[in-house]
Design a protein around this ligand. Structure first.
Ligand code: XMP
Length: 327
């Protein structure tokens, strides 16, 4: 077992050469720890779990079993990308679990944000534990814990993150190949392991996913409007060179409607809210200037292409007073 304390002598990984040296060292350590046993990993497609998976595929190949749970709250194209990159390109043993109905049924009618988070977190562990119970011979559980998670859990800052998140009844030994790395190092190592840029340089995405952006009680039609409007925003930010200049950006579709006109008829539909923020650490955040003509173009596209949306708003609020997410 590796220590939880980053040694003073450990140089900051800032380039591919240092990343490759770290990878070689870790692979040897992982092979020594795991031997010929099997390892299970919950692969969300986020940076940390993706880099953890890439590490273990390199170290132990098919003895890593990845489980990707689609809870219905992922962004457009995400489950498909996880399957394409990990199963098709990296040859991983990947179990895809379509749990969309299960999550959305549990969330139906639930409007309180913390209760929604709780349901999503609990259901996720249940689905994962069920999948684990179907498998034989798993001895280890891999987790994408990173160094800030360890520091923050020591300080008691964060309640829900990777550290300590595993269901105790599963009784696995932990494998945490990136637990001494800072986020910038995780990205450099991920790239050196061969992951695509859009996976390694992904913006942060909350565990409860689109669930906290489809405010109030989630409905399938509004969730779909959220997913589609978010995809248009991401496409336009990427096309216009903003994707790597703005730290986090997404849409929110609140649970109220307003009147409008579509196809010459009165409409009574939801607004899509654009949220775009810059920050160093997500504790405070500012709202960057986005070219007005681009906002107009995005508004035109969303209102024309997304069923159920008849208005687009831009959230001008820095943090504080507004949090980055709406729930
Ligand atoms: P807020 O909304 O608190 O968000 O300003 C700060 C950062 O944390 C992310 N966030 C979450 N991440 N689970 C997560 O894993 C959550 O429940 C959660 N809530 C917010 C948010 O996307 C932002 O980057």
């Amino acid at each position: 077992m590796q220590t939880d304390v980053r040694p003073e002598s450990m140089a900051r990984i800032t380039n591919e050469t240092l990343a490759k040296a770290f990878i070689d060292e870790q692979i040897e350590a992982l092979r020594a720890q795991i031997g010929s046993s099997k390892v299970l990993l919950a692969l969300s497609g986020g940076v940390d779990s993706s880099v953890t998976a890439a590490f273990l595929i390199k170290a132990i190949g098919k003895n890593l079993v990845c489980v990707h749970v689609n809870h219905g709250l992922l962004r457009k194209g995400e489950p498909e990308q996880v399957i394409k990159v990990f199963r098709d390109e990296l040859g991983a043993e990947l179990i895809y679990v379509d749990a969309v109905d299960r999550f959305l049924d549990k969330l139906a009618g639930v409007s309180e944000p913390e209760q929604k988070r709780h349901i999503i977190g609990k259901e996720f562990i249940e689905v994962f534990a069920e999948e684990a119970a179907k498998l034989d011979g798993i001895k280890f559980l891999a987790q994408g814990t990173i160094y800030p998670d360890i520091l923050e859990s020591k300080d008691g800052i964060k309640a829900h993150h990777n550290v300590g998140g595993l269901p105790p009844e599963l009784n696995f030994e932990l494998v945490e190949p990136i637990k001494l790395l800072y986020k910038d190092e995780v990205r450099i190592v991920g790239k050196a392991l061969g992951l695509p840029d859009n996976m390694v340089y992904r913006q942060p995405f909350p565990g409860p996913g689109l669930g906290v952006r489809c405010t109030g009680a989630i409905t399938r039609d509004r969730l779909e409007a959220l997913r589609e409007s978010d995809a248009i925003l991401r496409e336009e930010f990427a096309k216009n060179g903003l994707a790597d200049k703005v730290w986090q950006f997404f849409t929110i579709v609140p649970d109220y409607r307003s009147t409008g006109i579509k196809d010459g008829k009165r409409s009574y539909e939801w607004p899509a809210v654009i949220r775009a923020v810059n920050t160093r650490d997500a504790v405070t955040a500012t709202v960057p200037e986005i070219p007005f003509s681009l906002l107009q173009h995005i508004t035109a596209r969303i209102t024309a292409e997304v069923p159920g949306i008849n208005r687009v708003l831009f959230d001008l609020t820095p943090k504080p007073t507004g949090t980055i997410e709406w729930e």
